[in-house]
Design a protein around this ligand. Sequence first.
Ligand code: GTP
Ligand code: MG
Length: 201
Amino acid sequence: MYVISILTIPIYSVGKSSILKRYTDQEFNQQYICTIGVDFKVKFLKIAGTGVKLQIWDTAGQERFKAITTSYYRGAHGVLVVYDITNRQTFNAIINWLREIRLFGDNNDNMGVILIGNKVDCPDNRCVSVSEGQQFAGQMGIPFIECSAKTGANIDEAFELMATKIILNQMISTGSLEANSSNKKTVDILTYDSCSYHKCC
Ligand code: GTP
Ligand code: MG
């Protein structure tokens, strides 16, 4: 089984936790409950017949948690870069955060990054067009998808896209089609806390 660690980019109130809740629990809450520090979720899925365990670290977008969240980039295989299509500032902010990934990640060559435009259920408030998202993702060489945590549109597809990309990258870099969870590139994010971490999962 592949073990993949993914985290979200801490941009405030774009719907990161809502996307994860929709994906793992099939639920949505209209009320805003800000994430404090970092939350953790697990989801099992199959990609091309192979079992995959997704370990998802959901970061807090508020600035006061930045010192905590940046430490989580080390060891991550993938990053969900989420912006809110109804809020242009969040789209602008992702440029800075993509720089942070390159600075802090230790797995950059194989790191799977995906750009996600959330809240497509609000077309009347749209500030960032589909083509702008596509163009930026194209420049960065990363996949792009728009979704809605509220309706569930494209949520499963976004995670499948991300997991597939990471597994393909690993296959290419190791030259193997076999799942290899002991590979160095699957090191957990919190290596210094690995004992207690493995017990709880
Ligand atoms: P932080 O943890 O503070 O960084 O926020 P977050 O990015 O985790 O955002 P969160 O999931 O808490 O959602 C923020 C607000 O946006 C909440 O009121 C959600 O109900 C709302 N929201 C999230 N996703 C969607 C969506 O797809 N459509 C609509 N209409 N609202 C959404
Ligand atoms: Mg949150």
